[in-house]
Write a protein that binds this ligand. Sequence first.
Ligand code: SAM
Length: 295
Amino acid sequence: MSNNMPIANPVRTRAIVNRYLMRTKKNLGQNFLVDIPAIKGIVAAADIKPGDQVIEIGPGIGSLTEQLLLAGAKVLAYEVDKDLPEILHNELPQTIDGEPLADRFKLVMKDVLKANFKEDTAGFLDLNQPVKIVANLPYYITTPIIFDLIDSKLSFTSLTLMMQKEVADRLVAQPKTKAYGPLTIAVQSRMQVELAEDVKSSSFMPRPKVDSAVVVLTPLVHKYDIEDETFFNQVVKGCFSQRRKTLANNLKAFIKDKDKREELITRLGFDLKVRPEELTITDFIKLAHALKSIS
Ligand code: SAM
């Protein structure tokens, strides 16, 4: 098999899977990309330039990793499947831009949720310089990974993530839509979120049951002033516990007395019949602030 063919070519992917008697592991969310234009879309969305430092989550057999390397990135990747180091080290190009693979690619065999970025990248990436995170995520842990990264001390310039379309829709949702909810607000209150591309299930091997999309998250330039993040998220979740009902109804868990509830809603300038999905992030911040001061 000619290695001139990219790993993400379906013929090459099938040959690799057969050669190493590999079984794709559903429980690890293994759906390998076999669509070069879709991968190039991820690389473009992440704006990968020569010399960029990238952390990849779940390189699999290297479909996306290879294109990141060819675009000039230095890649440190987290993987948990013990069958993959041999495949990655054999199948990725052995030299890139005249440099040996080891100078451009480092594999860390660790659950990304247990990453210690400072230790894991030591001697390979310089965390004082910009780092981009790029991944075709294992879908079973999409949201824990997103929150883990946002909460981590790692200061990254962007997160470019393939995820299932339904989660992507919730991340980019606007008020007054069905997809808008606690996940939207928890993420958009901290990150700017943009949809980069939709990806069909036929772009993967094996095909997942759902469609996918690539989302780019970048730290907000103008941060919201949220005094207590945990309480803010509790308020948002509480307000959406019955999303068909009015805000006034959902606030029962925070204020028992009906008159006091209505007085607060009116004081904040909201309609008494307002539903949670009509409130913007700024509205929820005002609400959380007011509830905190009376709790
Ligand atoms: N990047 C490859 C591609 O695009 O074809 C593979 C993507 S596949 C959807 C997800 C990868 O994440 C798999 O290789 C899987 O083994 C790996 N993975 C699953 N759970 C992980 C975890 N907790 N930490 C790091 N990698 C994980």
